[in-house]
Design a protein around this ligand. Structure first.
Ligand SMILES: Nc1ncnc2c1ncn2[C@@H]1O[C@H](COP(=O)(O)OP(=O)(O)OP(=O)(O)O)[C@@H](O)[C@H]1O
Length: 258
């Protein structure tokens, strides 16, 4: 009987994409105060990550490092050069018109046209010539998003960009950020205090505590179908943040007796 020659080819290894952000053993102190302590963080290209943490836990310090505003004096840091930041306050120059703010630092004769395209993407195409002080809070944040997007960043850093907005505007901005993220696919790091916002937007939620990433939650459910995972996840996240809940109410803060 002739022998059957079986040749098996090994499965090609599934390659994880190289992270776009990688901090390893990263520390930052101010005088005696150690704010970030031997922190490890990596973010994949196109990933949407939310960063939660109590007030003073170092979220802004970490984001400023990634934004290049603070020196990355860690053991090893990979941060893409192509990045842009949106802050809680829109930080538009009041003496420049909206479109001029959007193309600040951008060169080329087609600046105005590019600004108009970016403003169209954020739903502000009707106000390119407005002065920033005449914009509502939501409009100012749209302009700030347009200014970030025009740079086509590989990494978009969002430092509580919706915190100062009313609840309805915030929901509209969530939808806008998600549609821009889907279209342009930057990696996003969103710093927020808002557990609901993190759960609605992110693929992965990190909790910063005592200078390190103390907890990590991955959400695989599609954004439109998260209702069933939200309740237990919310409880876990509040637990990571040091808050006990009782049926969704903050038992630790309001007491259990009344
Ligand atoms: N330039 C600085 N000099 C001294 N201490 C600083 C400096 N910047 C930040 N800190 C301290 O580092 C700690 C972390 O601050 P950071 O602003 O990163 O916290 P956070 O998590 O963003 O807080 P919040 O949620 O309240 O904005 C705080 O105790 C803060 O006082």
């Amino acid at each position: 009987m002739s022998e059957v020659l079986r040749i098996s080819f090994p499965e090609p290894p599934v390659r994880e994409p190289e992270p776009i952000v990688r901090l390893k053993g990263f520390s930052r102190h101010f005088g005696e105060t150690r704010v970030l302590d031997d922190l490890d963080l990596s973010i994949a290209p196109g990933e949407f990550v939310a960063l939660l943490g109590r007030s003073g836990s170092g979220k802004t310090t970490l984001l400023r490092t990634l934004a290049g505003l603070d020196e990355a004096n860690g053991a090893s840091a990979v941060i893409p050069a192509s990045r842009a930041t949106v802050f809680q306050d829109a930080r538009l120059l009041p003496w420049k018109r909206v479109w001029q703010n959007v193309v600040l630092g951008v060169t080329g004769e087609d600046r105005r046209q590019r600004a108009e395209e970016a403003l169209r993407e954020v739903g502000l195409e009707h106000r390119p010539d407005a002065w920033p002080l005449t914009l509502s809070g939501g409009e100012a944040q749209r302009a700030s998003l347009a200014r970030a997007l025009i740079r086509k960043p590989e990494l978009l850093l969002l430092d509580e960009p919706f915190a100062a907005l009313d609840a309805l505007t915030r929901i509209r901005m969530h939808a806008l950020v998600l549609s821009l993220w889907r279209r342009h696919q930057p990696a996003v790091l969103l710093v927020t205090h808002d557990v609901e916002e993190a759960m609605a937007l992110a693929d992965r939620i990190l909790v910063l505590d005592a200078g390190r990433i103390a907890a990590e939650e991955r959400i695989t459910a599609p954004r439109g179908q998260r209702a069933s995972v939200v309740r237990p996840l919310r409880g876990r996240l509040l637990g990571h943040l040091g808050l006990q809940t009782d049926g969704g109410v903050y038992a630790d803060l309001i007491g259990r007796d009344h």
